[in-house]
Design a protein around this ligand. Structure first.
Ligand code: ADP
Length: 634
């Protein structure tokens, strides 16, 4: 058997292990059930990949996300290691051949989504494999107290039965003590070897700042620290709004959200990765797998939805070990906003029943049927037809997806088909006077042979690439061509596909997952409250608060967070009467924001804010529409 360090050098070209990697690898090689809790970037993949390479046989990896699986399989293949992923959209016949290869073809890694384990074909073949290890990536998905609970993860127990002698390694970067306990129970670990690296990040200053004018504040932070930065915002619209605000202020910025076409996502990401753009303004769809070492600040413009996701997002700064900042900007309206965004849109069981029934009706699926049928789905028109609120309905669909009742795949691509109805000579005469359309029409003619004869499906993205333009331009040209009676165009607004996984049984289907839905809704409330506690608690070091959320004890205050620095800052001894008079004097001349008053007065930020609060409560001052303060009777 090859020694782990030799495998590390041979395949990865690294010369030493990261903290805990070697201990974890040795435990796995010795056949122990092992639990690895390492922060993002801690090098989890190698903890199962190296033992699997050291031993005879194949390693089965369970992973929740197709993108993660594909990425890892591609990397292994580049290193000359035989690996494959069974994702959705593969025919049974293909699966058959692939699984044969796992048994007879010397494959070292088989990546599976947990749903695949339900298929008998897959189970039968796994039984015949020489499995040397079962790796459960993102293991927190197995716990209903975890951030991304996926009931299908419970299928992993099946693997234990199919391969009783293979040992299991669970890996995660996010686990509270309750979740850890749950994972151990669900994976039937007896005496597991648990390896946990502290989640402490000594170079990272966690700051929670009260700010009435958040735009002003991000501008000043980003002008002070001109290095790479991420701003997380609540919705897609804000990504655009804030990045163009920053650009106007002379700070280079781009944006990212789940609704962008893939080519734009890639382009924006590249601009940020190679520092052409200082700032990435993004929704939480951004960041998975990002390993940029020099990110100096991560700013949460809006409150995060849970401490778990905050820790992941904030953790993307300072990977190079230099001092870095994770900032949350808060103001008085945030608590309500976060509740509106995350709590008022939690679907009840009755609502989910309604959505499920309407969905089946919408696609005319008869009772008892529909398993594995796939339909194009226009989300907006569905909501409109049944008068469902968008967010609420979307969350209901997500829950149905997570519980494997449906599979919701977003493609965000325009489905376009067309036929050229004008004759060849008319088309060319037309192009003589419409130069802006020449390249696009010619590109289509080259790419699609029968386009004059029949309705042809067009990939607008590829046409755009060939004609060196943007997809939106192609679409608008097509619309014009239709108006000018050159083509007959079918432009469907479909932006997603739904696959019904279970046969339709209306309420019965939903009753089966009712407990889980309630539990998930409760969890969401707990998580939002934990965030509110975190931003409000200005007595305990922010780093200590975060680490104790993840079960770490006896942690020393960091000395650099917003709590530690405020308590350390020598502040003028508080004379409440003088401070009160000074604030009133200032406001007699003009209306001011709290930030402006803080910069003018020689008292600590906290004392000034407390006094403003007191003056508000006593109706001595009031707040204006532009978030400044004025004297009540002025
Ligand atoms: P995680 O899954 O814990 O976030 P990954 O397995 O993706 O981490 O590894 C993060 C990065 O660290 C990858 O780029 C990986 O190649 C690198 N890495 C892993 N182990 C080592 C090592 N021993 N030495 C240097 N780099 C490593």
């Amino acid at each position: 058997m090859q020694h782990p360090i030799n495998i590390l050098e041979r395949y990865w070209n690294f010369t030493e292990f990261k903290p805990l990697q070697e201990d974890i690898i040795n435990a796995v090689i010795e056949g122990e059930d092992t639990f690895a809790l390492l922060p993002t970037g801690g090098g989890k993949s190698l903890c199962f990949q190296i033992p699997a390479l050291a031993k005879e046989g194949i390693c089965i990896v369970i992973s929740p996300l197709v993108a993660l699986m594909k990425n890892q399989v591609e990397r292994l293949q580049e290193q000359g290691i035989k690996a494959m992923a069974l994702t959705s959209g593969i025919s049974s016949q293909q699966i058959d051949t692939m699984l044969d290869n796992c048994i007879y073809g010397n494959y070292k890694f088989l990546y599976l989504s947990p749903e695949r384990l339900q298929q008998e074909l897959v189970q039968d073949r796994i039984k015949q494999m020489n499995v040397n290890l079962i790796a459960v990536d993102e293991a927190h998905c197995i716990s209903q107290w975890g951030n991304d609970f996926r009931p299908a993860y419970k299928n992993i127990m099946l693997l234990r039965q199919l391969q009783p002698s293979a040992n299991v390694i669970a890996l995660t970067a996010s686990a509270t003590p309750k979740v850890v306990e749950d994972i151990i129970k669900e994976l039937d670990f007896i005496n597991p070897k648990i390896f946990k690296q502290s989640f402490s990040r000594p170079n990272l200053a966690y700051l929670v700042l009260h700010e009435d004018d958040k735009y002003y504040r991000i501008e000043s932070i980003l002008k002070k620290y001109t290095a790479s930065s991420i701003i997380y915002v609540r919705n897609r619209k804000l990504t655009l709004e804030i990045s163009s605000f920053l650009e106007k202020k002379g700070i280079t910025a781009t944006y990212y959200h789940g609704g962008l076409p893939n080519n734009e996502k890639d382009a924006h990401m590249q601009q940020w990765l190679n520092n052409q753009k200082q700032v990435m303004v993004a929704t939480n769809a951004f960041g998975m797998g990002i390993d940029k070492p020099d990110v100096k600040t991560v700013i949460h413009f809006n409150l995060p939805e849970s401490i778990e996701s905050y820790f992941q997002e904030a953790g993307r700064v300072g990977r190079n070990g230099e001092k870095a900042f994770a900032v949350i900007l808060k103001n008085n309206s945030d608590e309500q906003l976060v509740k509106n965004q995350f709590l008022s849109v939690l679907p009840t069981i009755d609502f989910i029943k309604q959505v499920y029934r309407k969905l089946s009706n919408y696609f005319q699926i008869p009772y008892g049927e529909g398993a594995y049928s796939t339909c194009d789905f226009d989300f907006n028109s569905f909501c409109k037809t049944y008068n469902f609120g968008n967010m609420l309905c979307y969350n209901a669909l997500l829950l149905l997806d997570r519980t494997s009742i449906i599979n919701l795949s977003k493609q965000f691509q325009n489905q376009v088909s067309l036929q050229i109805t004008a004759s060849n000579s008319v088309v060319f005469r037309y192009l003589e006077t419409h130069h802006d359309k020449v390249l696009i029409v010619k590109s289509m003619l080259r790419m699609y042979g029968g386009i004059f004869d029949h309705d042809t499906k067009i990939n607008t993205l590829r046409v755009a690439e060939k004609a060196s333009t943007k997809e939106v331009v192609v679409i608008s040209v097509l619309k014009q061509l239709q108006k000018d009676e050159i083509i007959a165009l079918n432009l469907s607004k479909t932006d997603a596909q739904i696959t019904f996984i279970e046969p339709r049984e209306d309420d019965k289907t939903i009753n089966r997952i009712a407990d889980m839905i309630e539990q998930q809704n409760n969890l969401k409330k707990l998580q939002v409250n934990a965030v509110l506690d975190y931003i409000k608690n200005d007595d305990i070091c922010k780093s200590v608060q975060l680490l104790s959320y993840f079960g770490e004890k006896n942690v020393n205050p960091c000395g650099i967070c917003s709590v530690c620095t405020t308590t350390k800052k020598p502040s003028k001894t508080l004379n409440t009467k003088t401070l009160k008079n000074q604030i009133i004097e200032l406001l007699e001349t003009k209306d001011l924001s709290s930030r402006e008053m803080i910069s003018m007065l020689d008292y600590s930020e906290k004392d000034i804010k407390d006094m403003i609060q007191m003056l508000l409560e006593h109706s001595i001052i009031s707040i204006t529409k532009t978030n400044t303060y004025k004297l009540f009777h002025k």
